[in-house]
Design a protein around this ligand. Structure first.
Ligand SMILES: *[C@@H]1O[C@H](CO)[C@@H](O)[C@H](O)[C@H]1NC(C)=O
Ligand SMILES: *[C@@H]1O[C@H](CO)[C@@H](O)[C@H](O)[C@H]1NC(C)=O
Length: 311
């Protein structure tokens, strides 16, 4: 009887020991063992835009994250705020950041679109919402390697309205050349631990209670030197799928402080109702459908000479 009991205790101890060994990497060091770190050597570019920044350095490069299916949004942006243009004597260029899709039809259409416009930066990773950090880092790598001559870079998205005129004016006024980073500042944000949220982040992925200061991923602007600095430090920063937080972690490590572009609010990640006078004095607004981008752009262009009451 006692012998059977002893044997059970022995078996239980062995099972417990094995379980401990198996679980210890996760419980003792969740971060090192289970999470992924951004790797700089993550593949060659599949597509590069047809531009030579050395010969023809742009003042401002707009990098627009978009998905393969968003051909219409890209077309609208090419014809509105993303048109190649000169503002106050400064050249502005827009390029789209893309991953790849398993959908053969979409893939074929994207290939034709790229052939026609040559304004896409693409690498071989699955184009999915939670690969946005990879997509952003691809954009920064492109600036670092192929377009460090640009003075400023904006990273933004397809559902945005960008007033490139006002942005250029403010950047010229600000007269900063290095270690400059601006946008809609988020200085006190916390990880969302509710599994039902789109922005749920597990303690495994991000064990700390607070996010570093970062700028809303809907649109942020930086001096081009920041691209290389962030890219180079990215491997030594914990990876997080929220690209704006990831860039914030890199900036914190680099001790680059976020700055306001202007004393008045110019970035609107929560949207803003359209009036020409209001939109003349904003830089970026979120939640704008392609049809509205067209409408607002036309209204803004045709009212350029109109005076607005100063608020
Ligand atoms: C991101 O891309 C990689 C490489 O294609 C892929 O293996 C991974 O599943 C993608 N991640 C998500 C969240 O889709
Ligand atoms: C911009 O700053 C530089 C020095 O950093 C200065 O020489 C130049 O005069 C400034 N330009 C304007 C327009 O303020």
């Amino acid at each position: 009887m006692a012998c059977v009991k002893m044997r059970w205790i022995y078996v239980s101890l062995v099972v417990l020991g094995v379980l401990c060994l198996y679980l210890s990497p996760y419980t003792l060091n969740p971060f090192e063992e289970d999470s992924f770190v951004f790797k700089k050597e993550s593949g060659n570019f599949l597509q590069l835009p047809d531009t030579d920044c050395r010969q023809d350095p742009p003042f401002l490069v707009l990098l627009v994250t978009s998905s393969p299916e968003q051909a219409y949004a890209r077309m609208v942006i090419r014809n509105t705020w993303g048109r190649e243009q000169t503002v106050m004597g400064k050249q502005i260029k827009t390029f789209f950041l893309l991953g790849t899709t398993p959908d053969k039809d979409v893939s074929k259409k994207v290939a034709q679109e790229i052939q026609q416009h040559r304004d896409v930066v693409q690498k071989d990773f699955l184009d999915a919402y939670f690969n946005l950090t990879l997509k952003t880092m691809m954009g920064l790598e492109w600036v670092h390697r192929l377009c460090p001559q640009a003075a400023f870079v904006m990273k933004t998205d397809t559902d945005m309205f960008i007033n490139v005129f006002y942005l250029t004016e403010l950047l010229l006024k600000r007269n900063r050349t290095s270690r400059f980073f601006t946008g809609y500042l988020k200085l006190n944000e916390y990880p969302i631990r509710s599994r039902y949220s789109k922005w749920f982040v597990s303690k495994q992925e991000y064990p700390w209670d607070k996010y570093p200061p970062f700028c809303s991923g809907t649109g942020y602007v930086f001096s081009s030197d920041v691209a290389g600095q962030v890219y180079n430090v990215a491997e030594s920063v914990p990876f997080i799928k929220l690209e704006d937080v990831f860039v914030g972690l890199c900036l914190e490590k680099l001790k680059i402080k976020l700055e306001e572009l202007h004393s008045e609010q110019t970035f609107f990640p929560g949207g803003l109702p359209f009036t020409t006078c209001r939109y003349k004095r904003i830089v970026a607004c979120h939640h704008i459908k392609p049809q509205d981008i067209l409408k607002y752009w036309q209204a803004l262009e045709s009212s350029w000479e109109e005076e607005c009451p100063h608020s």
